[in-house]
Design a protein around this ligand. Structure first.
Ligand code: ZN
Length: 310
């Protein structure tokens, strides 16, 4: 095990060097990747964000994502496909309300297999592009007619594209990158003047974080390299040059995944998983729905949406 002197560790959000080990380290309950054993989690004592330490190399990061990772083209059942399509149409409406330009150039970081673009309906209202780390998924996106660059956003060459994007989305990705500040600064550069940066990320100090502890699905250990409180996310957006930062709660399914982690990790139930979900996934969603709704109404959700303007 690597020994690290505490004062060498710098918080990726506020750069403070005062941090402590998370007392009860989560495990990779969903995919059991072997490389998880090489990492721990630190709590920043200045901004209270939490981060995986040591920071993984790009090669290590790729080994954190198995081929059956849920974002990589796993087919949904018809019920979940229906819910997803409704969500995508609502999301399309939200995007169009953020910017008047048509077609609206929407760039997505972590575009996956572009299923979201397809469900949002390309039409004449959107021009879609993005980056995707998984090369097969990026190729599938290109085959479907979208301008998808393979690789991470950090590797993306924005020569000739700076200042061209109207809305830049980063849904459940900012917590996966090694330097979220650098990602935000690059996003700022890619956006047109008055362009909008928006995304979703888990939220610390939520009910799930507090009561599920190491089983909290927001950890998604070791793939969530950075976990934000509302305050630390706002801090980093401002430091990266954004203004008019707004952060709101999102109704989400995290409690179902936290419960699944608890059943697997604490009670040792032999649930077999496919794409990170067990066969009783839909049951877990219904069982935890009251908690999701309660958290949302009382601003204790596991997930937040941010909107910030260049
Ligand atoms: Zn910090």
């Amino acid at each position: 095990m690597t020994t690290i002197i505490a004062n060498e560790i710098s918080c990726p959000v506020c750069r403070a060097t005062d941090s402590s080990d998370l007392p009860q380290l989560p495990k990779d309950y969903e995919y059991q990747v072997a490389i998880a054993a090489d990492f721990g989690i630190r709590i920043c004592n200045a901004c209270r964000s939490e981060f995986v330490w040591p920071r993984p190399t790009l090669d290590q990061m790729r080994r954190m994502y198995p081929d059956n990772y849920y974002a990589y083209g796993t087919e949904m059942g018809s019920f979940w496909q229906l819910i997803y399509n409704m969500w995508c149409r609502a999301e399309a409406h939200r995007m169009l309300s953020l910017c008047r330009k048509r077609p609206l150039h929407l760039f997505d970081i972590g575009a996956g297999d572009c299923r979201r673009f397809k469900a949002m309906g390309a039409g004449e209202e959107f021009k879609f592009s993005g980056v995707e780390m998984n090369e097969e998924m990026a190729a599938a996106g290109c085959d479907a007619g979208f301008d998808i660059s393979p690789g991470t956003f950090e590797e993306f060459d924005q020569t000739g594209r700076a200042g061209t994007v109207d809305v830049l989305t980063i849904n459940h990705v900012i917590e996966h990158v090694t330097d979220p500040g650098e990602t935000m600064r690059k996003a700022h550069s890619l956006l047109a003047d008055d362009g909008v940066f928006t995304g979703r990320t888990p939220k610390l100090a939520s009910t799930g974080h507090r009561y599920f502890g190491r089983y909290w699905s927001g950890y998604h250990f070791p793939r969530h390299l950075q976990l934000f409180s509302k305050e630390s996310l706002e801090l980093l957006l401002h430091k990266s040059g954004f203004r008019e930062v707004e952060i709101v709660e999102e109704l989400n399914l995290f409690p179902a995944l936290s419960l699944q982690n608890f059943l697997l990790g604490k009670l040792g139930l032999p649930l077999s998983l496919e794409g990170g979900h067990s066969r009783i996934w839909t049951l877990l969603v219904f069982l935890t729905a009251p908690l999701s709704i309660f958290d949302y109404l009382f601003r204790r959700s596991d997930c937040m949406i941010f909107v910030a303007r260049k």
